[in-house]
Ligand binder design. Structure first.
Ligand code: MG
Length: 259
């Protein structure tokens, strides 16, 4: 099932996507919800990020280029970071390059959406706590990384976390590829089995450190091939089974001008 949020006119709706239509729902997507009976043509609405996340957690440098490169031992303390919820935008919205720099990086990623409160969850049960999956772009300005290794500022600017187009609840996360196309040219294309810290390990580890809640999202890291892009560039982050998340980059002063 594919969940989405969207606008038509001044209202915000939640719905389930079926072919070319979206059926409106009301209620809690993680719990009890029902169809309202109202249906929209997908072509007549503007998609938003498919959820307003509770917390956003990312993991650093989590892919190898080929299976033989996977380390025999996993790092004892994986590199996680938080991104602010204010950095979230939806499909087709502009990514704003902060003032003072001209390039930022794209990072196409599989994003886990947690559906149930999760504390001390063993690896074998992790998938029971996952509501579904979406696509994310972990936009990054390494120029703002602190020299001591802190990434927070460089990951946190407004518009730096595009999510969408939908949350797919029936995905097999181990059987998909994470792709990025820059101006139509493929830059990233890796199977999720090239993750260094696999999904079950990643989520289980986190739940032993902190309680995860419905609406928490985890950006699972980006394949080899992320690079710097600038104003006018268009990026498509793609997981075929979920959809394409397309955004364009603009300079801060251009985005001010157009507002
Ligand atoms: Mg990343």
């Amino acid at each position: 099932m594919k969940f989405t949020r969207f606008t038509q006119g001044s209202s915000i709706y939640t719905g389930v996507v079926t072919e070319n239509t979206i059926k409106e729902i009301k209620g809690d997507i993680y719990g009890d919800w029902e169809y309202t009976g109202k249906t929209f043509l997908a072509a007549d609405v503007t998609l938003l990020a498919p959820l307003e996340p509770n917390q956003i957690i990312g993991i650093g440098a989590n892919y190898v280029f080929k299976l033989e490169d996977l380390p025999s031992e996993l790092p004892e303390i994986p590199v996680f970071f938080f991104k602010p919820t204010s950095s979230v935008i939806g499909p087709e919205e502009d990514i704003v390059i902060p003032e003072g720099i001209e390039k930022v990086k794209f990072e196409s990623e599989l994003v886990i959406v947690i559906g149930k409160e999760a504390k001390n969850v063993p690896e074998s049960e992790v998938l029971d706590y996952v509501f579904g999956y979406t696509v994310g772009n972990d936009v990054t300005a390494p120029q703002f990384f602190h020299k001591d290794g802190h990434w927070t500022i460089g990951k946190s600017f407004d518009t730096f976390t595009p999510l969408g187009p939908v949350i797919e609840t029936e995905l097999d996360p181990f059987a998909v590829k994470v792709e990025a196309k820059l101006n139509g040219v493929e830059k990233q294309n890796s199977a999720t089995k090239l993750m260094i810290i696999p999904i079950r390990r990643m989520v289980s580890y986190l739940t032993h450190m902190m309680t995860l809640k419905p609406g928490d999202v985890i950006l699972t890291g980006s394949p080899v091939g992320a690079e710097f892009v600038g104003a006018g560039d268009s990026i498509e982050c793609v997981i075929e089974e979920i959809g394409t998340l397309r955004n364009s980059y603009v300079l801060a002063k251009e985005s001010v001008k157009s507002n």
